[in-house]
Design a protein around this ligand. Structure first.
Ligand code: KG4
Ligand code: ZN
Length: 329
């Protein structure tokens, strides 16, 4: 069985080919260098670059045979999603293949199942899935593949978005997450204690308050030296990660779940990984391989693979920029 998957929801144009469980082709073209000067993704530039790049990826993959084509149908940038959909429909028509629409966030979660370029049955259920990316921060209770309930989400900024915005305040380049992590590692003093964001009596998150705390801290600093940047980066990273883990621990206790997956762009952060492992040491913790934490087509292919396995691929292929999580039906 040959399966193609396409990811174009934000600023990465990515295409993967699976031969059954084996990932035989995977290329991701990052647009970051084009968006950097705007400190964020410019939707019009993103969709133009996707349409410029996708055909060369299709050509490069040298596809000879295909039974299924999957693509990200949401959530994401409308114009960018549309490029992926048109590419998927075109390839499917050419190869007379079936088309499968995929939720981007499920892709992030299932990225944990890719090991050594193979789809493995790694995840165990019931599972708590924490998805921390540039556009989303969601906590899911998962009974099985395709059976989910969202139990928490951010009330304002996404976690990665907060990293990006704080990095900008520190005049660090976009994307800010890796820069904050790098600066935090260089910190020599650890005296800045930002309040850990906490939405009481819920599994929800909030990151706008800590952004304001950082802004006032910098405003009140006489001179923002490299040393201060490192200290602020450390204090911010610590407070955000503690907030993520606090809700994870609460949900783990309340739902009595022993399997936890942390995924999405921010899950590349080592401080977060270590804190999760330390604070939830009695659970089985899953992280995606670092090369699959940010947006990529392989993770989309894994969800498609599971849908094919369960015979549940006749879902909608309409693009939906604010697609919410729902069970496969
Ligand atoms: O999942 P992703 O690639 O794209 C979306 O679906 O949004 O996530 C991108 C986000 C960006 O905000 C980026 O700053 C953040 O992930 N990120 C990190 C790290 N690497 C990427 N945040 C914290 N620490 C990192 N090492
Ligand atoms: Zn993503």
């Amino acid at each position: 069985m040959y399966l193609c998957s396409i990811e174009t929801s934000c600023d990465e144009t990515s295409l993967a080919i699976f031969k059954s469980r084996k990932l035989i082709y995977h290329q991701t073209y990052s647009q970051v260098s084009f968006h950097k000067k705007y400190h964020g993704v410019v939707p019009e530039i993103a969709s133009r670059l996707h349409s410029e790049k996708i055909s060369s990826l299709i050509k490069d993959a040298n596809i000879k045979k295909l039974e299924y084509v999957s693509f990200t149908r949401g959530p994401g940038l409308k114009g960018s999603l549309l490029v992926g959909k048109i590419a998927a429909l075109t390839i499917a028509k050419y190869f007379n293949a079936k088309v499968i629409g995929i939720n981007h966030l499920e892709g992030h979660l299932f990225a944990c199942d890719i090991v050594n370029e193979q789809i493995k049955d790694i995840l165990r259920f019931p599972l708590l899935g924490l998805i921390v990316s540039g556009g989303h921060t969601e906590l899911w209770y998962c009974k099985d593949y395709g059976k989910y309930k969202r139990i928490g989400s951010t009330r304002d900024d996404a976690c990665g978005e907060a990293f990006d915005k704080v990095a900008r305040m520190l005049t660090l380049e976009y994307p800010g997450g890796p820069q904050i992590e790098k600066y935090a590692l260089k910190a020599k003093k650890f005296n800045i204690n930002f309040t850990v964001p906490d939405v009481e009596n819920s599994y929800d998150y909030s990151f706008s308050g800590i952004k304001t705390q950082v802004m006032y801290y910098l405003r009140n600093s006489k001179k923002i030296t490299e040393e201060i940047k490192c200290e602020v980066a450390f204090g911010f990273q610590k407070a955000v990660c503690e907030s993520l883990v606090r809700k994870l621990k609460k949900a783990q206790k309340d739902f009595n779940v022993k399997n936890i997956a942390v995924c999405g762009g921010v899950s590349a952060n080592n401080y977060l990984r270590e804190l999760v492992m330390k604070e939830l040491s009695d659970c089985k913790i899953y992280f995606p391989d670092k090369k699959y934490t940010s947006d990529n087509a392989a993770m989309i292919g894994v969800v498609a693979f599971r849908k094919i396995q369960k015979g549940r691929f006749r879902n909608s292929i309409e693009i939906n920029d604010s697609l919410k999580i729902g069970d496969w039906t």
